[in-house]
Write a protein that binds this ligand. Structure first.
Ligand code: 5GP
Length: 208
């Protein structure tokens, strides 16, 4: 079987609970590596540089773009967000499934560049629940919450380009469903072309 990891692209509206879901997935299973993004957004209380994000100013971020150090990047509600290349490549080669928790523009760029990547979209049970979670989180101003809801309305149009939907109703069940989906993806024929080639060769040799 193929021992290279899968590039997992996880998107979902702000407030869908995808962050909590990813943390729980990583806590339960050790085959995952989380790609820490670069951003120009200011840290929220409790966020740590190098853990949630690499926080930086706009100049620094633009230098990373110029030096081709990012796998993808996008602008989201007034800030830059991007995936540093180095860590992703290293972890995939080591056989880890690498999680990119990114918005839809970046996700679709990754899908173009890496056709073998697996795109997962996390949905809240309803839009009312989504809004309630954003307000309850209390980390954003009403204006930012409104922009994030508006962005959600645009992102909805892209969902069908993803491979799988993950409805985040119950965190415990959702983590297990998600992990099961990823495990199955490892057995997809398109990710195991080498194994298929080997068996073809063995058949040839058998009849020689
Ligand atoms: P937040 O500010 O709530 O942490 O993230 C805002 C949005 O940016 C979320 O949808 C998050 O998934 C996305 N995001 C985080 N890192 C990246 C990245 O490296 N690239 C892209 N394209 N989006 C990102």
């Amino acid at each position: 079987m193929n021992h290279r990891g899968i590039l997992l692209v996880v998107s979902g509206f702000a407030g869908s609970g995808k962050g909590t879901l990813m943390k729980e997935l990583m806590r339960r299973y050790d085959n995952y590596a989380f790609s820490v993004s670069a951003t120009t957004r200011k840290p929220r209380p409790g966020e740590v540089h190098g853990r949630e994000y690499f926080f930086m100013d706009k100049d620094h971020f633009e230098r990373m773009i110029e030096n081709d150090e990012l796998l993808e990047h996008a602008c989201y509600v007034g800030n830059y967000y991007g995936t540093p290349k180095f860590y992703v490549e290293e972890q995939l080669a080591a056989g880890k499934d690498v999680i990119l928790e990114i918005e839809t523009q970046g996700a679709l760029m990754i899908k173009d560049q890496y056709p073998d990547s697996l795109l997962l979209f996390v949905m809240p049970p309803s839009v009312t629940e989504l809004h309630r979670r954003l307000v309850e989180r209390g980390t954003e101003t009403p204006e930012v919450i409104a922009s994030r809801m508006e962005r959600g309305r645009q992102e909805v149009e892209e969902i069908e380009k993803y491979d799988f939907l993950v409805v985040n109703d119950n965190i415990d069940e959702c983590v297990e469903r998600l992990h099961g989906t990823i495990v199955s993806a490892h057995y997809a024929t398109k990710r195991n072309m080498e194994t298929i080639e080997t068996i073809k060769k063995e058949f040839q040799e058998f009849f020689e």
